[in-house]
Ligand binder design. Structure first.
Ligand code: NDP
Length: 262
């Protein structure tokens, strides 16, 4: 029997790596992407994840490319469909923080364009392309219940004026979830937003001391850092079909950060 297939962007490390391992445990074959694939680094990045994932007796196809680049997205799609012929779960996870934090009154167009192209435009058009393939497959009438997941952030609803373009990009993905959820429901394609809090990855390693302190002081009701596995478990629940009647849902995986407290 054919295994289900997951396409996970930004699978070389951090949250995407955690999601790849979780879905491998569920028996998914995986297309994992990142910006680079360097054969001399056999024990790092997508190669390390491939070895780990394939220890669960599934296949992992690594694909390198910039998600913001239309040609790279086209290549990714071609490789995915030539390897497995289908995508059951698309996880839009790849994303970047800012190269330099600047106040909203000073930030540059260059930084704005970089973040918007990677975090917002990339997933918008990748999802468009994958969704059209999913629709074609649904119309063939075989048993197939695909889903699309967007990884946003607490920054989609929490203002940080010194990283405005990141916040705007994540708020945009929240709307993207609603738009695709509405449009794809008639084809039985579920669309979900997972909103992580403060998660221990390379992205947050540069602000570790600051967040250690804030978490200890009670910033989050659950007083610990999130781990990639916390996000992966939520993706796993969707991939198992446990939220079939909940399209458009936002799943906060943030230790309770989003709660208004008095
Ligand atoms: P990491 O920086 O650890 O990993 C980012 C991943 O995205 C890497 O696989 C990287 O590939 C890939 N990537 C970066 N830029 C591009 C690009 N232009 N094209 C294709 N792939 C790219 O990040 P996290 O795991 O922490 O974050 C994953 C997602 O979760 C992001 O969308 C982030 O915004 C979001 N998030 C993270 C939080 C956190 O606290 N860590 C909190 C809330 C949301 P490569 O290895 O080649 O660079």
């Amino acid at each position: 029997m054919r295994k289900p297939v997951a396409m996970i962007t930004g699978a070389s490390r951090g949250i995407g790596r955690g999601i790849a391992i979780e879905l491998a445990k569920q028996g998914y074959d995986i297309i994992g992407t990142a910006t680079k694939l360097t054969p001399e680094d056999r024990d790092k990045g997508l190669f390390e994840v491939k070895d780990r994932v394939e220890s669960y007796a599934v296949n992992f196809v690594p694909v390198a490319g910039d998600i913001a680049d239309p040609e790279a997205r086209k290549r990714l799609l071609q490789e995915a469909f030539s390897a497995f012929g289908r995508v059951d779960v698309l996880v839009n996870n790849a994303g970047v923080g800012l190269l330099k934090r600047l106040d909203i009154l000073e930030t540059t167009e260059e930084s704005y364009d970089r973040v918007m192209n990677i975090n917002l435009k990339g997933p918008f058009f990748l999802t468009q392309a994958v969704a059209n393939q999913m629709i074609r497959q649904v119309k063939q009438g075989t048993e197939y219940a695909p889903s699309v997941i967007f990884i946003t952030s607490i920054s989609s609803h929490t203002a940080s004026p010194n990283r405005a373009e990141y916040c705007v990009s994540k708020a945009g993905i929240s709307m993207m979830t609603k738009l695709y959820a509405d449009r794809l429901a008639e084809y039985g394609i579920g669309v979900f937003e997972i909103s992580p809090g403060i998660i221990a990855t390379d992205m947050t390693s540069v602000v570790k001391d600051k967040y250690d302190k804030l978490i200890a002081e009670g910033l989050t009701p659950i007083k610990r850092w999130g781990q990639p596995e916390d996000i992966a478990k939520a993706v796993g629940a969707i991939a198992e079909g446990r939220l079939d009647f909940s399209t458009g849902q936002v799943i906060n995986v943030d230790g309770g950060f989003h709660l208004r407290r008095l």
